[in-house]
Design a protein around this ligand. Structure first.
Ligand SMILES: [Zn+2]
Length: 364
């Protein structure tokens, strides 16, 4: 990108929903938000701490003035930075990036629906799904943005991070969503994580399911007399990445997930009630690609992280989380242990593949 930008300031347009991701990757680039900000700064004696200047998504009048009066060129960017660009920038900016964060999902959803209070609010969470694997999916009336898994990218921590504390159910109950409908593969009593994720769901409003079709049938048969919050945890690609005899057919699993989203949308539309559907995932997956092995600890180690604190070193990042301190691997070139022959993907580290999950906001 640096070659494309030069000493002359440039003008560009970037899809607003991918702007934060671009800003993560545009290191050493100053992006003034307006012509006025640019004027103020170049007139001030303070030095500009960047190699180049890029005007992103300016107002038409600012844009025209910069092009006509100053003759600044327009440059064209792809809609998204590449995975390589993200992997280069993410480790050093993991804490400071302005990407939408997983720990803000529960508060974010509450804010987004507060004004309109649609009759039905649905949160569909996939266990294991990467943002970059779904960027070309076209869901109707939906915006897609990348969401940063801002902590350890493993199921237990990530699911709890996105459900929030207080849990989303609780926040929505306060807005009038007194009826809840929960769907999980596990019983609350049998699984500690399910117990946390579905806290505050009365037993008669939580359904154990074995297939997504059951969810669709239950929603179809439901009567929507009052504001209702629907929470669905569906398996994504996490299961097949850890244990599969043959290399999993990722494309066909992704197609299944997409088909289920469309079926869910159809069923929601048939209710003829106002609804808002949010779709996200706990973490993404770094697929096996002959990565080099750099062991992180002597015993009990995972492919991408350890709870031992290791200072410094290439491809290492220390994460201080509520659950403790972890050392994680960054980028997509290394893993920390010999892969089992049945293991096709890894997560727990910090990379575009593991740390960026989709966040769809679908309006009726
Ligand atoms: Zn998971």
């Amino acid at each position: 990108m640096a070659q494309q930008l030069c000493t002359i300031p440039c003008i560009t347009e970037i899809p607003e929903n991918y702007r934060a991701l671009w800003e993560l990757c545009l290191t050493d680039v100053w992006c003034p938000v307006s012509l006025e900000e640019w004027r103020d700064r170049i007139d001030s004696p303070r030095e500009i701490d960047a190699d180049s200047t890029l005007f992103v998504n300016l107002s038409p009048s600012d844009r025209e003035e910069l092009a006509q009066v100053f003759g600044f060129p327009a440059v064209k960017f792809p809609a998204l930075p590449s995975i390589e660009q993200v992997n280069q920038a993410l480790p050093s900016r993991f804490e400071t990036t302005h990407l939408f964060k997983q720990s803000d999902v529960a508060a974010g959803i509450t804010e987004r629906i507060r004004q309109e209070l649609p009759q039905i609010v649905v949160l569909l969470v996939f266990d294991g799904l990467s943002f970059y694997d779904v960027v070309d999916w076209k869901l109707p009336q939906a915006t897609l943005e990348p969401c940063l898994v801002d902590g350890l990218s493993v199921t237990n921590s990530a699911m709890q991070r996105l459900i929030g504390s207080p849990v989303l159910t609780h926040r929505l109950f306060e807005l009038g969503y007194i009826r809840r409908l929960g769907f999980s593969y596990w019983e609350r009593a049998m699984n500690a994580l399910t117990d946390v994720l579905f806290a505050e769901f009365p037993p008669n409003q939580l359904h154990r399911m074995t297939t997504f079709d059951e969810v669709l049938r239950k929603i179809k048969a439901s009567v929507w007399e009052t504001h209702t919050y629907v929470q669905i945890i569906r398996s994504g690609l996490d299961g097949v990445c850890h244990f599969n005899r043959e290399r999993p057919n990722i494309k066909s699993i992704l197609d299944d997930l997409k088909r289920d989203i469309f079926s869910l949308l159809e069923v929601l539309q048939e209710t003829e009630k106002s609804f808002r559907l949010f779709i996200t995932a706990d973490h993404g997956i770094l697929w096996y690609a002959d990565q080099d092995i750099i062991p992180l600890a002597q015993e009990k180690f995972n492919a991408r992280y350890t709870d031992v604190s290791i200072a410094g070193g290439d491809n290492l990042l220390t994460l201080n989380t509520d659950e403790g301190t972890y050392t994680v691997l960054t980028g997509d070139k290394v893993i920390a242990k010999q892969r089992k022959v049945t293991e096709w993907g890894f997560h727990g580290g910090v990379s575009a593949q593991e740390s960026l999950v989709p966040f769809w906001d679908v309006r009726q």
